[in-house]
Write a protein that binds this ligand. Sequence first.
Ligand code: G6P
Length: 448
Amino acid sequence: IQAEKAGYKHFMLKEINEQPRAIRDTTLGRVSLDTGKVFLEAMQLTDDDLRNASQITIAACGTSWHAGLAGKFMIERLARLPVEVDYASEYRYRDPIADPRAIGLLITQSGETADTLAAQAELIAKGSKTLAICNVVGAAITRKAQGTLTTNAGPEIGVASTKAFTAQLTALFVLALHLAQVRGTISDEESLHLVTELSKLPGKLASLLNINSPDAPGSSEGVAAPTRLSQNAGHNKNVSFRPEAQSDLSGLTQNVSSRPERSGVEGPPHFATDRRSTTRQPLSAQCEELARLFHTSDDFLFLGRGIHYPIALEGALKLKEISYIHAEGYPAGEMKHGPNALIDESLPVVCIATKDPNDPSSVLKYEKTLSNIQEVTARSGRVIAIAIEGDTEISQLVEQTIYIPQAPELLLPILEVVPLQLLAYHIAVRRGCDVDQPRNLAKSVTVE
Ligand code: G6P
């Protein structure tokens, strides 16, 4: 087992560090960097089915449900198609409205979760066609689906999902782009821009994690080999990352140490504790320092707005699952309707306050979130902000800032969840918890 951990202390840490490759392998073979077009593997759904769809119903559990919530923002924004997101465990208990023009989308790492299989059965019984986003080739969910988008994250052993989640977000983004292209709701120029940005993500993630980019020449350290390649990879000659894209990726790793964090290897001993510092410090070391400061807290709040709210939920879930600290994810704007009463000088509040400066709705959301942060700090809450590198405004306001690289709004979640995973990881380690196999939880829940 130690060998399978490739020198990491825990599978979870290994899997967090495998995310650059998981994202790359989930994208590879599905997009063209020349045209921006998306190519999905064989589906029994025709372009007409997608064009005429009345809505998409997403059903999933746990972390996969959080991916679904973020997917709703992607699909509605790009493809202008209504999306509803259900807990799979609730879906069939409310006599749901589904019809033959609705498409059911089941998101599941394992493909074997009993509640998600039951939701699929309900959708099929109501006459809907179903698609699956799944990490395991040939899993039960894929056998009844009209199409499967495989997340090529490789086997995930840690009970708390990490790389499967970011791979699901990637698959949802690719699906949203595909739907938008088929339905004619996106221009060729915008498609090409978004696909180009998507191709930069593995390099940005590697930079954030201080490991070599999976696309850097001769790079293999710190990122395990994928166990499965994209089913499409290599089949479609038009579809590949071009050498220019690869240089994009390596260009983003300039300040990156070539060594992953391994057992017995300490991170650099400096952190972004200076409020005026606006550049990124080594992330794992910074999260370790935050863990030292906050691991005795009894409660945590995680806040986000828009597509960042599901990531706040995921940050809270990670912490609950592996450190046993009570944590809640909340939409930032809802604080005034209740949770503000919880704030005192002992409450850590993790605020996702990222923005895409090229996207006016993202900037507006950011400004509102800044006001929410001020409401927390005015009540002596201790704010840890996740912000975009170079943001001078936020670091003046809060106690701690974790910086992530810039990306378009819909892709930011893939970057901003990484510090939340590492924060939960380091807090759990400090508290002496069994990170890979938390008490009372199972990797795959095959009972309803
Ligand atoms: C369990 C796991 C979670 C996972 C959930 C859904 O509760 O511990 O990490 O998110 O099941 O699993 P699935 O395989 O359907 O994504």
